[in-house]
Structures are given as C-alpha cells and as structure tokens.
Design a protein around this ligand. Sequence first.
Ligand code: NAD
Length: 319
Amino acid sequence: MKKILVTGSLGQIGSELVGKLREVYGTDEVIATDIRRDESNIACTGGPFEILDVTDPKMMAEIVQKHNPDTLIHLAALLSAVAEAKPQLAWTINMGGLVNALELAREKNLHFFTPSSIGAFGPSTPKVNTPQDTLQRPATMYGVTKVSGELLCDYYFKKYGVDTRGVRFPGLISNVALPGGGTTDYAVDIYYEALKNHSYTSFIQEGTYMDMMYMPDALNAIIQLMEADPARLIHRNAFNISAMSFAPEHVAAEIKKHIPDFTMHYNVDPVRQAIADSWPDSIDVTSAREEWGFKADYDLAKMTTDMLEKLRIKLNIKD
Ligand code: NAD
C-alpha cells in the first residue's frame, strides 16, 4: 500500500484506522472519505478528506481520479441492528457501495480491502470453533449483504484478478468512536456506563457468547493482511479473526475487579438478541494465523484495563 483511499472513514473503525494509516504511510497518502463531515473527528481534519457517497459511482470515480490511490479500503456500510431496521437501505448501501468500489478497483487496478463480519454466519452454522469454510445461511439482511460481499470479492479476484482481501471481524471494542448500531455494541457501552454510573443494563442476555476484538488488534490485522505475501494466501477474503469470546457477565466480572461496586442488570432487546443467537459462540482463526500470521495482543483482562484507563481520561472521571 502506498496511497490509500478509505470510505466510511468517520465510523468506529475508520476514525482510528485513518490515523494509524497516516502514521505508517504518511498523512498526505491517506485520503479519508465519508458521506458526512465531522470537524471533531481527526480522520476528517487531520489530512485529506472528501465527501463521498458510496452509492454514487460517478462521485467515487471522480475522487479516485483526483487522488490516484493504489489501494481502496472500503468500510462504508450499515451495521447489523441498523440494517435490520432498514433492510432495503442496507442492501442499497452495503451491496451497491461494494459493487461500485469493486468496479473502480477493477478499472484502476487497486488493491482492495473490505471487512465481512461474524454476521455472515447463520443459525445453521456450527456454533463452536466455527470453521473458516462452513455453512453460511444468515438470517439477517446484514448477514445477507456480508455473505454476498464475501462471494463477490472472491469473484472479482478469480474473474478479473483484482487483489481483493478481507476479514470477518468479530465485535470491535474501542474507546475513540462509538459503535454504529451493531449487536455487539453492549461490549463498548458497558465501559462508559461503568465509569459514569457504576452500573449497566445489558440488551444482550447473560450466557450469550460472541467473538470480540480490541480495536488496536483490528487495525494491525488490516495492515498485516494487506501487506501479506499474496503467494501465501489460500483464501483472500473473509478470514475468520477473533481475539476472545465472552458473554456479558464476563465483561461485568472483569470490570468489577477495577470498580468493585459495579452492578449489572439485563433488559434484553429481542431484535438484537435474535441476531446474537444466530451468530457463532467462537470462531476458528487457524487460516488467518497460517496464511498471514494473524495474532491478537489483547485478551479481556488486558483490554478492560486499557479501556477503563483511556475512558477515564476521555470522560474526565477522577474516582
Ligand atoms: P460505522 O457504522 O461505525 O461507520 C460506517 C460509516 O459509513 C459512517 O461514518 C457512515 O457515515 C458511513 N456511511 C454510511 N452510509 C454511507 C454512504 N452511503 N457513503 C459513504 N459513507 C457512508 O461502521 P464501522 O463499525 O466503522 O464498520 C465499518 C465496516 O466494518 C463495515 O463494513 C462493517 O460491516 C464492518 N464490521 C464492523 C464491525 C464492528 O464491530 N464495528 C464488526 C464486523 C464488521
């Protein structure tokens, strides 16, 4: 990667990825884009930024023409809970945007990255140690767009030789931008509420295991996969990656070690619980490890310590 254009840059991932890419590849070599502007977001103000609606192929082509990147990192999408509330719009943005981005990658010979998700699995997928290659019949519109996207990225590689690469992200936990309406958002919200109110009401039921990862590991994974020797890649897209698998009570127990009077309550949201129940408990990351050396540094304990430390400063909480 030398010059990188990022779509959906002001979301949970982009807000941190753009900064990290600018550190590694140079400020002017990373063009952040999003459908909206946000002057409080460093991805918007810390270097080149363009307004880009990914459903508009002409606009995307003009911006690529103007900046001439060699890599396109396509993040713009609606997340699981939002996509379930607006399924038609989710199809338009998630699939329409992806087709536009892939077409540009084909025409301009760009290296291409887009994330899939554990949401690409469904109720009939093996739930424990979910294999890299397995049954995928997702029951949500988010899942439908993600599994279609995985197939389409494979197709563009096989048919046109486009250098498509991607991972299936688990729930991502970060202390910079708030999550954009996913099923695993509770695992971010809980840290804010623990610090502010010493209490959290989870919309996901006790005992519901899902895969998770701390944002620094997610950013490293993107860069590592994009820089990996293509000769080693047996898969190209949708690598299973994860750092930990836990249920809400496990985060609560970890937080209690730092905030002893923290209490956990449950008020389950049936929509997001149904989505969570259709996803794996834990996924197998062997292919990512073997083909490009994936490794996560943060487990639940290390992540909790870091989250609380960073958020205490961000929220200006002294006790
Ligand atoms: P997010 O919802 O936080 O951010 C998405 C960004 O896309 C927003 O800034 C939004 O303004 C922008 N956007 C929406 N519609 C757009 C359009 N038409 N044109 C251009 N931009 C538009 O999402 P995120 O968490 O940063 O996720 C990025 C990608 O990673 C998505 O493909 C998502 O499915 C995937 N992913 C995320 C997670 C996670 O836990 N965050 C997990 C698995 C996969």
